[in-house]
Ligand binder design. Structure first.
Ligand code: PEP
Ligand code: MN
Length: 270
């Protein structure tokens, strides 16, 4: 990969991360890695509240939970939609954690912005250019996941779509790419983390849950991500992974998540 043209906004100030503020006192890329955790999907009031309390107590700083789910099969659980947004926001308020959720469609953006503190663009939408341009106009931080078949350069150019519309609060997320290796759901590309720091000014976080698809690999890959310089982690946590409506096999239970946080040196901040 050649160096990005210096005229691109994403390349400006390359080599030094510009922190992205989430709320006063919390920024991604400011030195201390930020952990985002929560279930793949919001499933019920009890489930999201239990997850929120567990991840907050373990030291996570942002709560995740999908409500518009991009499922491979149209017959799989598609998420709770608007009701899920309400439940997620309530769980965030209860724990004091800002919340992030995926926006799948331009038509849902306005509604999602009413409830979410941070927007997530999923892997399947990394090159949905109208959606990228639209989130480029809103005043919310955006986590841009790497497309599972996207090159690093394509990913940086997708970020450029958002920056070019004026939204400078972009956080990249490496979540694994599809390779010929079937032992893991995807293949975690940690060189992408290093290259992000060398070639852009954007913070980059790693999602080991979707990268490997297997609970037992999440902790070692999280450790490796931090060693590679990641500015944060996104981890799927479910109060009872065997009952999860999506991605249970890669979700940690609260105890496992607490173990990860202790091992990686994230204590509770208060
Ligand atoms: C998710 O975060 O639940 C998700 C669907 O991730 P990705 O877009 O990386 O597959
Ligand atoms: Mn998931």
């Amino acid at each position: 990969m050649q160096a990005l043209p210096q005229s691109l906004q994403v390349a400006q100030g390359a080599g030094k991360v510009r922190p992205v503020e989430i709320m006063p006192g919390l920024a991604v890329g400011a030195g201390q890695p930020v952990v985002i955790a929560g279930p793949c999907s919001v499933e019920s009031a009890e489930q999201i509240l239990a997850a929120a309390v567990a991840v907050q107590q373990a030291g996570a700083r942002i709560l995740r939970g999908g409500v518009f789910k991009p499922r491979t099969s149209p017959y799989s659980f598609q998420g709770l939609g608007r009701q899920g947004l309400e439940l997620l926001a309530e769980a965030g308020q209860h724990t004091g954690l800002p919340v992030v959720t995926e926006v799948l469609d331009v038509r849902d953006l306005e509604l999602t912005c009413r409830y979410a503190d941070v927007l997530q663009i999923g892997s399947r939408n990394m090159q949905n250019f109208p959606l990228l341009q639209e989130v480029g106009t809103v005043d919310k931080p955006v986590i841009l996941k790497r497309g599972f078949a996207a090159t690093i350069e394509e990913w940086f150019l997708a970020a450029e779509y958002i920056l070019a519309k004026g939204n400078r609060r972009v956080i990249l997320c490496e979540r694994g790419i599809r390779t010929y290796e079937p032992a893991t759901r995807n293949t975690l590309d940690l060189a992408a983390v290093v290259l992000t720091h060398l070639q852009t000014h954007l913070p980059v976080i790693v999602d080991p849950s979707h990268a490997c698809g297997r609970r037992e690999l999440v902790v070692p890959l999280a450790r490796a991500a931090l060693a590679a310089g990641a500015d944060g982690l996104m981890i799927e946590v479910h109060p009872c992974p065997v009952k999860a409506l999506s991605d249970g096999q890669q979700s940690l239970d609260p105890e496992e998540f607490q173990g990860l946080m202790t091992e990686l040196g994230f204590g509770r901040s208060e």
